[in-house]
Design a protein around this ligand. Structure first.
Ligand code: UTP
Length: 414
């Protein structure tokens, strides 16, 4: 242990992180060993490089971006829509479509203790977010008489809680062989002075490294091979918290297949020109979602000759990737974005403190950064009233009460 300790001290001194051993003398031998191992497994070069890099904020500029074509579902001719629905339905029926749910987030804005998918909606009967998703998959499986594989990505932290929840609920009566869980990776979080943070006096605080870690995690867990052996050709990728998200919408699947694109994404129309949501656009000639905070009003007003807005399509985290696209992305390291979040930490007196406002940075890869690795993308605008009711926090616009009401109206009153 002495050798290990010396090695760790050397590393911490090199990276100016000696505070991580502030409470070392108070720990039991098991705790000491755990902490030393944790430190030895951290790549400080990577995390501190990300921290330094992220201090340089780069905003997209109007000169660099160009519009992307999109299709508005509600404006489609009935025959055209039917054609897409038939094409998508055929792919589902033939077992060519799988579902990936991104459930590795911390749900920090909601502040719910446990995996977000286990959060219950006050519907009658009560339903968890996981059950709501499973219902959509079960319905499609029944309707199309298909075996639909469901891949669920969790964090290392909530992996067992997630599996136990499914066990406890008998996999919501869906065939458990069709549900596969896997973990994504994580990174240490860091405070505003560039210091790693303790979650306990013997433990460093890690957070999931963003939903864009999906691709490499699928590869690491050998799931791309699993998808191929199941003859899956398309993977729907969506979040865990939008209660109106139907992962098996044949019109979207059919539209993407028909477009001959490797990637498709549902979009929502940005109603207010001053809304700062990132928008779909070509950046450096490639599909992307761009942060145009400083010029959002300006570009929101630009229309084409037919009167269609060019930069009003926003992301709702509902994508379709071909298996080839997934495989390609699994060999590419996506860039990291920095998020400023609220996180409990151990203070200099060794006391656990819960902050009132954001206090730490975490580094995340985003699934949508994959788009720029393709020459085109099939954008399919849908109606936010029918398809978008996520749960993000108790107080904001995306709260459980509104989500429950909208889910109840659409799902039970039809
Ligand atoms: P959000 O960015 O909304 O994160 O993730 P969140 O965890 O739900 O909530 P906050 O931001 O901490 O308050 C959108 C989707 O991506 C998943 C989430 O589980 C959610 O379904 N996600 C996010 C991951 O799978 N992994 C991550 O590392 C981050």
């Amino acid at each position: 242990m002495e050798d290990k300790l010396n090695k760790v001290k050397f590393i911490l001194h090199k990276y100016n992180q000696e505070h991580l051993l502030n409470f070392y003398k108070e720990l039991t031998n098991v705790q000491k060993d755990k902490l030393l191992d944790q430190i030895l497994n951290i790549n400080f070069d990577i995390i501190l490089h990300l921290y330094e890099q992220s201090k340089i904020d780069v905003l997209d500029s109007t000169e660099e971006i160009e519009p992307l074509p999109y299709c508005i579902k509600s404006s489609l001719e009935p025959n055209k829509l039917k054609q897409y629905i038939n094409l998508g339905a055929k792919a589902i029926k033939n077992g060519k479509v799988g579902v990936i749910t991104l459930a590795g987030g911390q749900g920090s804005r909601l502040g719910f203790n446990g995996p977000k998918g286990t959060f219950y909606l006050e519907t009658n009967p009560k339903k968890s977010l996981f059950e709501i998703l499973c219902d959509y998959i079960k319905d499609a499986s029944k309707k199309y008489k298909a075996n639909i594989k469901w891949y669920i990505m969790t964090s290392t932290h909530n992996y067992f809680d997630t599996i136990n929840f499914f066990e406890h609920n008998n996999y919501f009566n869906y065939d458990r062989n069709n549900i596969l869980f896997f973990t994504q990776e994580n990174l240490p979080i860091i405070d505003t002075n560039g210091k790693l943070v303790l979650s306990e006096i013997y433990k460093i605080n890690f957070a999931s490294n963003g939903n864009g870690n999906l691709f490499s995690s699928l590869k690491r867990n050998n799931l791309i091979a699993n998808m191929k052996s199941n003859k899956i050709e398309w993977l729907f990728v969506g979040g865990v918290d939008n209660v109106l998200l139907n992962p098996l919408d044949p019109s979207f699947i059919g539209y993407t297949i028909d477009s001959k694109c490797e990637v498709g994404s549902k979009t929502l129309f940005k109603e207010s020109p001053s809304n700062k949501s990132w928008v779909f656009a070509k950046k450096d000639g490639k599909p992307a979602i761009v942060d145009c905070e400083n010029f959002t009003e300006e570009i929101s007003k630009i229309k084409d000759s037919k009167g269609n807005y060019l930069y009003r399509e926003t992301n709702m985290l509902a994508h379709l990737f071909s298996i080839k696209a997934i495989e390609k992305m699994s060999n590419i390291e996506l860039k990291y974005h920095r998020a400023f979040r609220k996180n409990a930490f151990v203070n200099y007196e060794g006391m656990k403190q819960v902050p009132d406002s954001p206090n730490i940075y975490k580094f995340e890869q985003f699934v949508f950064d994959a788009f720029s690795y393709f020459s085109k993308i099939a954008l399919f605008r849908v109606d936010s009233n029918k398809e978008y009711a996520p749960i993000k926090s108790f107080n904001g616009p995306y709260n459980p009460e509104i989500a429950t009401e909208r889910y109840t109206n659409l799902r039970f009153d039809n």
